[in-house]
Design a protein around this ligand. Structure first.
Ligand code: BTN
Length: 263
C-alpha cells in the first residue's frame, strides 16, 4: 500500500524555494479551495496543500475531479510569480512540463499535454491542471496550480466520463510510488521556477510536448465551438486554430475534441 503522510512527504522533499510549508490531509474538500483561501489571506509563496482524497475535487470548466482515496496525487501549489496577467499561463505550462518530465523519470511513461493542460497518454486522460489566479493591477497576485494525476488508479473505480481515463498503473502494469513521483515533480517545478524567475519562459519546452498541434479539432469555448486545424500556440499559451474559411482564431480558454475521435 502506497501510504502518503505529512511526515513522509516532509522527510523526502528537497526543494530549495518551494514547498517549505506542507499541509497534508487524509481527506479535504478540495486542495485548490483551501490553497486559494490561504493565498487570499496572504500565505507565502511555495505553500503546498496535498491530500489523499477530496470530497469535492474540482476540474476545469466547473467539472468534478474524481479520485478514489489512495489512488492519486492531488495537490495545489501557491506561486506568486512576477508575471503580467497575460503571462499567467506560464505558471501552468511550467507545472505541466515538470509533471511530464517527472512521470517519464519515475514511471517510465511518456505523457503528453493536450491543450490547454490535460496530461494524456495515447489520447487517454492521465491527469489535469487547474490554475486559479488573482490579478493585482496588471500583475499576477497569485497562481494556485492544482494538479491531479491518476497514479495507482483502478480505472473501473471511476464514474463513466467523456474522456477515456488512464493511470500510471494501467500504463505500466505495476504500481508507482506517489511519494517518488511527488518528490521528483516538485524538484522539477522548483528548478524550472528558478529559471523562470531569471527570465526563461517554459513556452518552447511545453510546446514540444503538446499533442494538439497539427490536428483537426473542435474547440468548445464558453461562447461557441470553433472547428479547424490547431496550427500553433502563442507565447501566452493561447491555441491558434484556422477554421474552414481560413480565419485564424486565438483561443485562451476552451476544451478540445479531436475531430473524428472523442478524447
Ligand atoms: C482538469 O483536468 O479539469 C483539472 C483537474 C485538476 C484536479 C486537481 S486535484 C488537486 C486540485 N484540487 C482540486 O480541487 N482540483 C485540483
Amino acid at each position: 500500500m502506497d501510504v502518503l503522510s505529512r511526515q513522509a512527504i516532509v522527510g523526502r522533499l528537497d526543494t530549495r524555494r518551494l514547498a517549505h510549508k506542507v499541509l497534508f490531509f487524509d481527506e479535504i474538500d478540495s486542495t485548490n479551495t483551501l490553497a486559494v483561501k490561504l493565498a487570499q489571506e496572504g500565505a507565502a509563496e511555495g505553500l503546498l496543500v496535498i491530500a489523499d482524497s477530496q470530497r469535492s475535487g474540482r476540474g476545469r470548466l466547473d467539472r468534478t475531479w474524481h479520485a478514489p482515496a489512495g489512488s492519486s496525487l492531488l495537490f495545489s501549489l501557491l506561486l506568486r510569480p512576477p508575471l503580467l496577467l497575460g503571462q499567467a499561463q506560464r505558471a501552468t505550462m511550467l507545472c505541466a512540463l515538470a509533471a511530464v518530465r517527472a512521470i517519464r523519470d519515475v514511471a517510465r511513461v511518456q505523457a503528453r499535454v493536450k491543450w490547454p493542460n490535460d496530461l494524456v497518454v495515447d489520447g487517454k486522460k492521465l491527469g489535469g491542471v487547474l490554475t486559479e489566479i488573482r490579478p493585482r493591477g496588471q500583475q499576477l497576485d497569485y497562481a494556485v496550480v492544482g494538479m491531479g494525476i491518476n497514479v495507482n488508479l483502478d480505472l473501473t473505480e471511476l464514474p463513466q466520463v467523456m474522456s477515456p481515463p488512464t493511470s500510471l498503473l494501467a500504463e505500466r502494469g505495476e504500481p508507482v510510488s506517489r511519494l517518488d513521483l511527488l518528490t521528483r515533480l516538485l524538484q522539477e517545478v522548483d528548478a524550472l521556477y528558478d529559471e523562470m524567475l531569471a527570465g526563461w519562459s517554459p513556452h518552447a519546452a511545453w510546446r514540444e510536448h503538446l499533442d494538439t498541434i497539427g490536428k483537426s479539432v473542435a474547440v468548445g469555448t464558453r461562447e461557441e465551438v470553433i472547428r479547424g486545424v490547431a496550427e500553433s500556440v502563442d507565447e501566452n499559451g493561447a491555441l491558434l486554430v484556422r477554421d474552414e474559411d481560413g480565419v485564424l482564431h486565438t483561443i485562451l480558454v476552451g476544451d478540445v475534441t479531436l475531430r473524428g475521435h472523442r478524447t
